[in-house]
Design a protein around this ligand. Sequence first.
Ligand code: DGL
Length: 278
Amino acid sequence: MCNTENKKGKAPIGVFDSGVGGLTVAREIMRNLPNERIVYFGDTARVPYGSKSKDTVIRYSRQIIRFLRTQDVKAIVIACNTASALALEEVEKELDIPIIGVVKPGAKVAAASTRNGRIGVIGTESTVNSHMYSQLICSYQKDIQVYGKACPLFVPLVEEGWLGDPVTEQVAKRYLDELLPKGIDTLILGCTHYPLLRPLIERLAGERVRLVDPAYETAHELGLLLEEKGIANRGEKASGKEPYRFFVSDAADKFKHFANSILPYDIETTRKINIEEY
Ligand code: DGL
């Protein structure tokens, strides 16, 4: 392998989300691609993206990508379902490094795993209304029925830490009561926060329904992409000074606290930047 490739392999992956949710994606990258370094940006000042317009989410995504480029990232992962659904198609045209979102990997696996051709997608309002999951699923497999359901209360409940709370269970029942009678056999957890509710959703959905976690599928897809482009880090497990670096646009301490509760790694520093400058 030539030197330039080697050097590129050691560069970090840029991962971004509207806030803390994308840490579920960063977590899967840490678990499944332990050699890769990460620079994470959480847009905690402008969260949520899930109720914002396409133009706004594209503008925010462009700013974040400009910031991540200053960190010399070798590839970018849009860890946010909403930004993947609304902005990926636009921003990928403007980039000369690989970029992936979470929607396509989730859609691909769901299309391959359904037996009865009925798939449910839960996500933010913007993700569900974009119909991006259904478009992609149908591009892999025609004749699949996709049923979307926006679950806007899940994000604040997860951020409140009410993962096993009876209130969360009531809310989840109410949302799923609209989807489950459609006879779905596959359900996509189409929002960064939902993998944290997986045990509850799994129990309510029952064993006939297979859950698809786009965070996990994205880490897998990212590994393949890095190999294909010849930029996987072939060195040692990510270590040394700050293999994982975290930046936010606000409330750095709150972010750090949440991150330390879900990551297999203790964050020491979270830096606040002014994203509007990019
Ligand atoms: N990260 C967002 C997503 O996956 C959820 C939070 C938000 O609305 O910004 O769609």
